[in-house]
Design a protein around this ligand. Sequence first.
Ligand SMILES: Nc1nc2c(c(=O)[nH]1)N[C@H]1C(S)=C(S)[C@@H](COP(=O)(O)OP(=O)(O)OC[C@H]3O[C@@H](n4cnc5c(=O)[nH]c(N)nc54)[C@H](O)[C@@H]3O)O[C@H]1N2
Ligand SMILES: Nc1nc2c(c(=O)[nH]1)N[C@H]1C(S)=C(S)[C@@H](COP(=O)(O)OP(=O)(O)OC[C@H]3O[C@@H](n4cnc5c(=O)[nH]c(N)nc54)[C@H](O)[C@@H]3O)O[C@H]1N2
Ligand code: SF4
Ligand SMILES: [Mo]
Length: 885
Amino acid sequence: MPTETRTTCPYCGVGCGVIARVEDDGKVSVKGDPDHPANFGRLCSKGSALAETLDLEGRVLAPQIHGQEAGWDAALDLVAQRFRETIAAHGPDSVAFYVSGQLLTEDYYVANKLMKGFIGSANIDTNSRLCMASSVAGHKRAFGSDTVPGCYEDLELADLVVLTGSNTAWCHPVLYQRLAAAKASRPTMKVVVIDPRRTATCDIADLHLPIRADGDVALFNGLFHHLVDTRRVDEAFVGAHTSGFSEALMAAARLGMAELSEATGLSGMALRQFFRLFAETEKVVTCYSQGVNQSAVGTDKVNAIINCHLATGRIGRPGMGPFSLTGQPNAMGGREVGGLANMLAAHMELGSAAHRDTVQRFWNAPVIADKPGLKAVDMFEAVAEGRIKAIWIMSTNPVVSMPDADGVKAALTACPFVVVSDIQAYTDTARLAHVLLPATGWSEKSGTVTNSERRISRQRPFLPVPGEARPDWWQMAEVGKRMGFAEGFDFASPAEIFAEHAALSAYENDGIRDFDIGAYAEIDGTDYDALIPFQWPQPAGEPSRKRFFADGRFYHPDGKARFVPITPPAPAARDAAFPFTLNTGRVRDHWHTMTRTAKSARLSAHIAEPFCEIHPLDARALGIADADLVTVASPSGHAVIVRALLTERQARGAIFVPMHWTGETAAAARVDTLVPGRVDPVSGQPALKMAAASVARHAPAAHGFLVSQAKPKALPFSYWATAKTESGHRLEFAGDIPAESWEAWLRATLGIDGEITFSGYADACNGDHRLLAFDGDRLLAALYVSRAPVAVSRQWAVEQLTVSHADPAARFMLVAGRPAPGRPDKGAIVCSCFSVGVNEIACAVRAGCWSVEKIGAQLNAGTNCGSCRPEIRRIIDATQILAAE
Ligand SMILES: Nc1nc2c(c(=O)[nH]1)N[C@H]1C(S)=C(S)[C@@H](COP(=O)(O)OP(=O)(O)OC[C@H]3O[C@@H](n4cnc5c(=O)[nH]c(N)nc54)[C@H](O)[C@@H]3O)O[C@H]1N2
Ligand SMILES: Nc1nc2c(c(=O)[nH]1)N[C@H]1C(S)=C(S)[C@@H](COP(=O)(O)OP(=O)(O)OC[C@H]3O[C@@H](n4cnc5c(=O)[nH]c(N)nc54)[C@H](O)[C@@H]3O)O[C@H]1N2
Ligand code: SF4
Ligand SMILES: [Mo]
């Protein structure tokens, strides 16, 4: 009998409900859960492709010690012994855990308990430091607690939604679709996007403000003054429920329009339009994400935004409030268990003796950490300096995702003892592990996650556990027991851990702390299995609550919210040799370091190479043409080589490089090697969106493109990037021509030998080589080499791996690298659900399909997950402009 399991998507913080179906033959399919209140049945492109990421290729299936398979007992004993010895010799602060917002709450709870209550150090930090730390710090400064006041419904109820530093269309796609649907049904609703780039999110924007990097503080300070000047301040609310208004207003220096334009990079007209809209609209939600958080002034940006909402009393009521969009599926759960180095469990304060006492008694713990531990950037610095001698990294890939990524790599290489728990064996970080522990992944593991609107949902298992994989919480609990803490870690199931976590949230609480899920303190295994999504808080005997703060009750000791005085940052000093501002972030169809999304051919087809978005005029000044390769270098002497993408969506003087490509998927594209570990002084969050960089054309001897059934290996080129295709692989490369013949190189790279037919041609004059390898009718590989970037129809070439090539005459087309005249060439894939390419869409537009709906009716594109709809609209606009010219 096929089974259907309700679970939660493991990607972004929207936290969509998923129904996973397993057929009798084991085949898995997924669909959106119509009953889940985050998505009501929708899924984005990544969620829709989940079933394609569940194969066991590359999985770590048994514990490894120094690369050799070992039993669990040996591995766990070794971890416990090395941690114990290190602590005995050098104290508890000589060890550390670096964990992740992709752990389940139960995993996170155990890790935090072990480090803070039993080892007695607070050296547990998480990739949430790179992600949500500024929001946490901003919330705490303003509200006295890390509370997200609103919920998703507020975006639908608002009359103005401001999206700042958030590419919602690509990064929180289902929430974006809810917003787009609300705006379509109520066109008076306005959307403003504040982002230096014109992103896909601008598709539904009434106003796009292409702000200068870090201009946000000046913008919201300016807005604060405008609200005062136009008498929009809610004096009753400010008087009764806040403090610090005058100081904050004074600090938010009153700038004239010209100065404000200078500080924000925005025209006076745009500024006035935004200020007026905000001032005149009562129901405003301001959503923000990494363009706000990942900055050296991230916490100040958060508070500059919150100041405007407090001043107008627009907080915690339907359709109003500041709204931090969380990135990872369990960024919120991690905060709830206190998984950051400066927090305690259940939203209690490490700095409060009373809270430490409460937690220690509840845990019956031998010790309790009494000072903040090291935050991510400082933690890896301490590893580099030898102060931390043993580290356990769980569910994150810092060799790719931390700033100064090569520094992190060197630190881990030199560290005496590195433990990594992951699902994949060959991540850039797992390669450096002394002990590699196989974790159960999504579809196998069991627990809870909390989404951006404080909604707690279950992730449920529906596939058997492969090999010797074990849950992360179990690994931590076993090591805890082996370190001598049997009592604190005797958990038999995630349900038991969740119940303890819920009980702690209610322990000596009485409404003093926001996080209280006491209603679940007694939950048993059966109820846990049946748990339906709910929002916190839900104290014992009370219903759950959607919003905070409409009653004006905050969590500072006096019950009031604080205005925070924010002074604008000094303009960043520019080094003439590194004139560009390097902005980094995400693409639609990949997830972080791609350990899962790269398994899906569909997701890999949307954008198959690392790139650098640059304004055409900046490119022209540097002699860079579209599809050239460029070297992007940093003052620290690091460089990446990526494809140039010329676009006016990018502001002049700024470039954008995605964060996704790793040492596994590209030659030199780990963009975090370029980003220094400069952090926000309040939150410790690194400024990942604003590094200095230079750009230069990379001029290799040869450029190449290869499609092949086998995975290419040991590539000697200065540039390469691989991606999976439906039945094989594609490779972009550039560099020196290998010493051997292309045929010999191809045989070695693909490991092909025996009866293979080669055909093709070489033109010594222009350096063109075309080489096809056949096994009978089956194309094994097609190689295209040229001195200039290779002009081959990529998607068409990829599809040739899946069709028979019986007609030798037709093989000429393969040599030419493009379809016969009149034959379709899809072009780059835009709709990953139905594999519809840009050329097909443009062709349909020319034939009269002038709306996204008509394209959908004709080609299906955009009719499943809808994530590509902004891009379809862009193609329609561009095609119409061309037609009009
Ligand atoms: N497809 C996809 N979705 C994801 C993820 C993924 O890997 N892939 N990851 C998830 C995670 S963990 C996170 S944290 C979120 C991140 O979600 P987002 O924050 O929406 O994504 P980013 O692309 O990191 O950055 C958002 C935007 O900030 C802009 N920005 C840069 N500097 C500034 C500035 O100074 N001011 C303003 N106002 N804007 C600026 C950038 O141009 C960028 O478009 O996405 C989540 N969703
Ligand atoms: N330049 C730049 N750098 C950035 C960012 C940026 O915008 N720009 N964004 C930052 C942000 S917001 C984030 S959140 C980080 C994300 O960065 P990372 O956390 O490093 O990225 P992931 O690829 O999600 O890493 C998750 C790892 O956990 C493994 N894994 C998956 N499931 C499980 C499991 O159940 N258990 C275990 N033990 N392992 C598992 C995966 O295989 C993968 O290796 O990157 C940060 N770095
Ligand atoms: S929006 Fe997409 S990635 Fe995010 S939770 Fe929903 S389906 Fe998953
Ligand atoms: Mo994140």
